[in-house]
Design a protein around this ligand. Structure first.
Ligand SMILES: *[C@@H]1O[C@H](CO)[C@@H](O)[C@H](O)[C@H]1NC(C)=O
Ligand SMILES: *[C@@H]1O[C@H](CO)[C@@H](O)[C@H](O)[C@H]1NC(C)=O
Ligand SMILES: *[C@@H]1O[C@H](CO)[C@@H](O)[C@H](O)[C@H]1NC(C)=O
Ligand SMILES: *[C@@H]1O[C@H](CO)[C@@H](O)[C@H](O)[C@H]1NC(C)=O
Ligand SMILES: *[C@@H]1O[C@H](CO)[C@@H](O)[C@H](O)[C@H]1NC(C)=O
Ligand SMILES: *[C@@H]1O[C@H](CO)[C@@H](O)[C@H](O)[C@H]1NC(C)=O
Ligand SMILES: *[C@@H]1O[C@H](CO)[C@@H](O)[C@H](O)[C@H]1NC(C)=O
Length: 555
């Protein structure tokens, strides 16, 4: 059954108390067979280095580490000869996540809907100077907001200069390409031999490029969006991108092996023929120039999940999709690349996986956050086989998600399930359990000798509401340990069976559970409103089905 995709987080209650989830470390070890072998492909081909770290918000130490030193690391170029969690890689486009994070630290959400031209005004000047106002040929900059750029919804082009092949030595006229006016050939930022573009040349060149889509039409991957967001950040924070990242992100979060410049010799992983290790990409850095390690990157993800620097509200808003794509299982955030899978990969409940990928020459990396389990995963690779990052991420995710689901259930079973009864006498109780489905199952619920589940069933039958398959409790994200005594609120959702039938349905009534929450009240309190109270060790003391205005104590 599909149930509420918006409140599936199962182990959120762990934030109250300090019961750390048992690390599925041995399980992950088993996911890493001898080097070379995996169901997806050779994950340690000769010459490609791999560095992986997995952390949960529940503890500072890692749940899992894996480091593989590829052959032929270029020590004469300053490479380390042994890859560890502190070894530094280029992380390419994962830099974009740092850029948006820095914006959010500077109250970015307040400017989300403002035009970027408020912060990078020359875009408008250049557009007026070089453009002719045609909506086909010119970006409508007044419509391009900070938030649209951060979420790849601006519709602007992918790059200026980068990816332009006209400056290479290929015999273009032989291939039937027209001869170009020399002023159409970029002289910066296109070829490895060229210097990065100056701000003026870049922006003047870019405003002449055609838009791809209308703004807010559909997502399209743009490096330029983050190049421009870098300038906006500098204007807002009044400093250079490098200083802002150092002062506001790397130093406060102790990301000592992360930076915007080539680190000192001995730290980096430099595979053979990786001439791009110390390429300075100038103002393209906010889009793809950052260096980091598996330890730093996993900690960055963990700090995002913990809202160490951002208000929790901002984090909750940031970790959301902002646009669908042509794939049912892939959405785009700011600039999260969001995949949906299932708790048992092909079956079970839906799990949202927030990722940001990055690639730069021989470097291919992935940061993964799974908010439902509060897990952060960094995967860094360097070498000729960029595909390795895909193998390793599948090996980890396909092992980890089912294991986390299982241990979250076991944890929930240990802490929350069982019988709760009235302390003040009378025949009132509630019994909770877990099964293969989501949430906590209400097995029985009695008040003053009346079977409330049966009453609910009779009410639904009488009102044509269907039949109750199960009643399940879900966490709400509402917790309090100051005014209330370590309390966490849950809501009950009735899983109702609807009309059977084998004809495919567009308007699947099984997805409508979210409409029925908080609908039926008794004396102004909803029938689905439940609160757990924990002691200081995290053990549950009682549950309050709030319509009953009384608490039931754990037996
Ligand atoms: C791995 O690569 C190194 C250097 O690139 C080479 O010396 C070695 O023979 C290779 N080993 C295998 C098994 O291919
Ligand atoms: C506008 O400028 C573009 C060049 O960027 C040109 O191709 C196009 O024909 C012009 N459109 C009009 C309506 O002048
Ligand atoms: C990072 O550097 C600071 C200051 O030198 C130091 O206090 C801290 O322990 C370092 N953190 C890590 C994780 O190495
Ligand atoms: C190692 O690095 C040096 C210096 O950057 C370079 O000249 C050499 O070609 C590199 N060797 C390999 C195998 O990439
Ligand atoms: C999925 O769940 C089934 C039954 O609960 C279990 O046998 C199987 O091993 C699980 N699959 C994975 C990939 O963990
Ligand atoms: C329990 O039910 C009985 C009979 O239905 C009623 O007389 C009594 O007042 C109820 N007790 C409470 C505490 O509501
Ligand atoms: C308590 O209520 C339940 C549900 O109505 C009933 O089955 C059970 O017999 C009652 N027990 C006592 C001791 O009255």
């Amino acid at each position: 059954m599909y149930i509420l995709t918006l409140i599936t987080a199962f182990i959120t209650f762990l934030a109250i108390g300090n019961s750390a989830m048992a690390p599925p470390q041995t399980l992950l070890m088993s996911a890493f067979p001898p080097p070379g072998v995996s169901a997806f492909g050779n994950f340690t081909p000769n010459g490609t280095s791999v560095s992986v770290s997995v952390k949960s918000t529940a503890q500072e130490s890692s749940l899992f580490d894996f480091h593989f030193t590829g052959a032929g690391l270029n020590t004469s170029a300053g490479s380390t000869n042994r890859v560890t969690g502190d070894s530094v890689f280029r992380i390419g486009s994962i830099s974009k996540l740092f850029t948006v994070y820095a914006h959010l630290l500077h109250n970015g959400l307040d400017r989300w809907e403002q035009p970027i031209t408020n912060y990078v005004p020359e875009l408008l000047d250049y557009a007026r100077k070089f453009g002719n106002g045609s909506r086909i040929d010119n970006v409508n900059w007044e419509e391009v907001t900070v938030g649209a750029l951060a979420s790849q919804m601006s519709g602007i082009g992918a790059n200026y200069a980068l990816g332009d092949i006209s400056g290479s030595s290929l015999p273009f006229s032989q291939y039937g390409f027209p001869k170009l006016d020399p002023t159409d050939i970029p002289t910066c930022g296109a070829e490895p031999t060229q210097p990065p573009c100056s701000r003026e040349v870049y922006l003047q060149g870019f405003v002449k490029r055609h838009p791809v889509f209308a703004s807010q039409y559909t997502p399209v991957y743009s490096n330029t969006a983050f190049h421009i967001l870098g300038y906006a950040l500098e204007a807002i924070a009044g400093d250079t991108y490098e200083n802002i990242l150092q002062r506001d992100v790397f130093r406060p979060l102790d990301l000592n092996n992360s930076g915007t410049h080539t680190p000192r010799a001995g730290l980096g992983v430099i595979p053979p023929d990786a001439m791009e290790w110390d390429t300075n990409i100038g103002d393209e850095t906010p889009s793809g120039g950052i260096y980091s390690s598996a330890n730093d990157l996993v900690n960055f993800g963990r700090n995002i999940l913990l809202s160490t620097q951002l208000p929790p509200l901002v984090t909750r808003r940031w970790l959301k999709p902002l646009a669908h794509t042509s794939a049912l299982t892939f959405s785009v955030g700011a600039p999260w690349e969001i995949y949906r899978t299932m708790s048992n990969i092909t079956t079970g409940r839906i799990i949202d996986v927030y990722t940001k990928s990055g690639g730069y020459g021989s470097y291919a990396c992935l940061l993964i956050l799974i908010p439902d389990y509060e897990i952060s995963i960094s995967i860094l690779t360097a070498g000729p086989n960029g595909i390795v990052v895909n193998y390793v991420s599948e090996m980890i995710i396909q092992t980890l998600i089912p294991a986390l689901e299982k241990s979250a259930k076991e944890e929930a079973a240990k802490i929350l399930t069982g019988l709760y009864t009235s302390e003040t006498g009378g025949n009132s109780s509630i019994s909770l359990t877990v099964d293969d489905g989501p949430g906590l199952v209400v097995e029985s619920w009695t008040s003053n000798s009346s079977n409330l589940l049966q009453t609910a069933e009779e009410y639904l039958q009488a009102t044509g509401g269907g039949h109750i398959n199960s009643m399940r409790l879900y966490p709400t994200g509402l917790k309090d340990s100051q005014i209330c005594q370590n309390q966490a609120a849950y809501r009950a959702v009735f899983d109702l069976s609807t009309e059977p039938g084998s004809t495919p349905r567009v308007f699947d009534q099984n997805v409508n559970a979210w409409e029925n929450i908080d609908e039926v009240t008794y004396g102004e309190i909803s029938i689905d409103d439940f609160v757990f109270e924990f002691d200081s060790s995290g053990a549950v003391m009682h549950i309050e089905p709030r319509i009953l205005r009384s608490t039931l104590v754990k037996v």
